[in-house]
Design a protein around this ligand. Structure first.
Ligand code: PLP
Ligand code: ZN
Length: 502
């Protein structure tokens, strides 16, 4: 639809203007910095930054009903820049001119309700939000669309020349960074640092295919992260890790979409999110807070952050009930099937600590919880979900295991409606599925496959067939007829198929 086709009272709002007063703000010393350069940590105190719109209060002047209409009508506009995360332009990049926006099809991922069987099994009403349906097959595309649109803006306005974008990654950040950078080549080139043998073969194939320079670094993700931080401090590169506040901003769109999908009614809603570097949970908390402050939603949903027992620094931090006694200590990670979240020293921890406090305060009682789950539960629940029509990755399995755990602890009530973040596509983690099916997990994973969840292909080659087709030697005539008939019979026997009535 075209703007003129909409009700006249909403027309002036539909195409967003460049507006707001956006600055980086240090989380610790609260110094504010101009956004006309790339900045990742506070030059004064080295703490992490968040982006803040100093003119945010203007958004509160628009009544909530009008906001609902703005976002809902925008869905129908045929303007690519507003079809992705920037449907929520005023909240995630009000200074962004529409012609700088890079849209590769990210955002607006479906929420798919679990079938009756699975809901009964878990004892809760829940959906998966399929972040694997983003262009590089994970939620990272939301933040990357924001970060690369911003870099594009700096390039377009002559504030930045040849850009080398770099990131360290557990697999999906690099896949996403390489994809979005490739779209902007030759102005932007990318290099990615991956922990050697700690990303799946699919995740390695992605940045290679996008033409990025790929470095494999000994150790785990936390080691790669230190190297990339050293690079960004000493050399002229654009850092695309979630330390980059633009990434967080784009990822806030996840919360806005969920609010919209529930018609802005967040009563009795529960969000379950896996935590790695803690950028995603930061963005989700921040997103709901902003919609709440602007009056677009009138309640805050519960949020449950989930970690594996093999990489659980955030969970451990919050085990101490007294905030004054809490102490953050990085953990040494152990191998995890939730490999994209296998991080012992999350860079967004300071953001989490501050936002959790604000969120619980605004919610009026504790609304953010943390759960930890066993590796076994992650695999079992991932496979169970996918045997019921989902496309959850191992981190998606982690959220379902987290829901079961949280339900057991009474955090999720019987009338709650839960949204599980399936952060990537199952296919990226097909290797762990194969290890489960073939019982090949090394002991340190602590996973024993359940026969009921295993699966394997079966070769059909009846003993009495001596001629079968091969790619370079097709069968013909009687040999071919016999091959078709005997193979069909063998399959029918294996499946115990009853013959058709004559
Ligand atoms: C990055 C990632 C996570 C962890 O998100 P953080 O923002 O690092 O906490 C979880 N799942 C998948 C699939 C990811 O790619
Ligand atoms: Zn500071």
């Amino acid at each position: 639809m075209k703007v003129d086709d909409f009700p006249s009272h909403i027309q002036p709002y539909l195409i967003p203007n460049v507006s707001g007063q956006v600055v980086y703000r240090c989380l610790d010393c609260e110094t504010e910095y101009d956004i006309h350069r790339l900045l990742y940590t506070c030059p004064a105190c080295k703490s992490v930054l968040l982006l803040t719109d100093l003119a945010f209060d203007r958004l509160k002047q628009i009544p909530s009903g009008t906001w609902h209409q703005i976002f809902d009508y925008r869905k129908m506009l045929n303007i690519p820049a507003l079809q992705g995360i920037y449907r929520f332009h005023e909240f995630i990049g009000p200074m962004m001119p529409l012609d700088a926006i890079i849209y590769l099809g990210e955002g607006h991922t479906p929420m798919v309700e679990a079938n009756a069987y699975l809901q009964d099994l878990v004892g809760a009403r829940f959906y998966f939000k399929n972040e694997g349906q983003n262009p590089s097959a994970s939620f990272k595309d939301r933040g990357m669309a924001s970060a690369l649109s911003y870099i594009n803006l700096l390039v377009n306005t002559g504030k930045l020349g040849d850009v080398l974008a770099v990131c360290a990654s557990t697999g999906d950040t690099s896949a996403s960074a390489a994809l979005y950078a490739a779209y902007l080549q030759p102005a932007v080139k990318s290099a990615v640092l991956l922990p050697h043998k700690k990303v799946t073969s699919q995740q390695l194939a992605q940045p290679l295919g996008s033409g990025a320079v790929v470095f494999e670094i000994p150790g785990v993700f936390d080691d790669s992260m230190k190297v990339v931080e050293a690079l960004s401090e000493q050399y002229n590169v654009a850092l695309l890790n979630s330390k980059n506040a633009w990434r967080i901003w784009g990822q806030e769109s996840y919360s806005y979409e969920i609010a919209q999908d529930f018609d802005y009614d967040m009563d009795r809603k529960v969000m379950v999110v896996p935590i790695g570097n803690a950028g995603n949970i930061t963005a989700i908390i921040s997103g709901f807070l902003k919609f709440f402050e602007a009056g677009i939603i009138d309640g805050l949903p519960k949020i449950i952050g989930v970690q594996s027992t093999h990489a659980n620094p955030v969970y451990r931090y919050y085990l101490e009930p007294d905030p004054a006694k809490r102490h953050f200590a990085p953990v040494k990670v152990r191998p995890s099937v939730a490999q994209a979240a296998m991080i012992g020293n999350p860079v967004s921890m300071p953001r989490v600590i501050q936002l959790v406090e604000t969120y619980n305060h605004k919610a009026g009682s504790q609304a953010i919880f943390f759960a930890e789950v066993e590796e076994q539960a992650i695999m079992d629940w991932q496979l169970t979900a996918n045997r019921n029509g989902h496309i959850a990755c191992t981190q998606g399995g982690e959220t379902l295991a987290g829901l079961v755990e949280a339900k057991g602890r009474g955090i999720v009530g019987k009338d709650d409606v839960v949204v599980l973040n399936a952060t990537a596509h199952a296919l990226k983690f097909a290797g762990f599925q194969a290890m489960y099916f073939e019982n090949r997990f090394p002991p340190e994973f602590e996973i024993a496959p359940k026969a009921s969840l295993q699966n394997a292909p079966r070769l059909v080659h009846p003993q009495d067939l001596d001629a079968v087709p091969t790619p370079d030697k097709p069968l013909e005539g009687k040999d071919f007829d016999r091959f078709v008939q005997r193979t069909a019979e063998a399959i029918a026997e294996a499946l115990a198929l009853p013959p058709r009535e004559p």
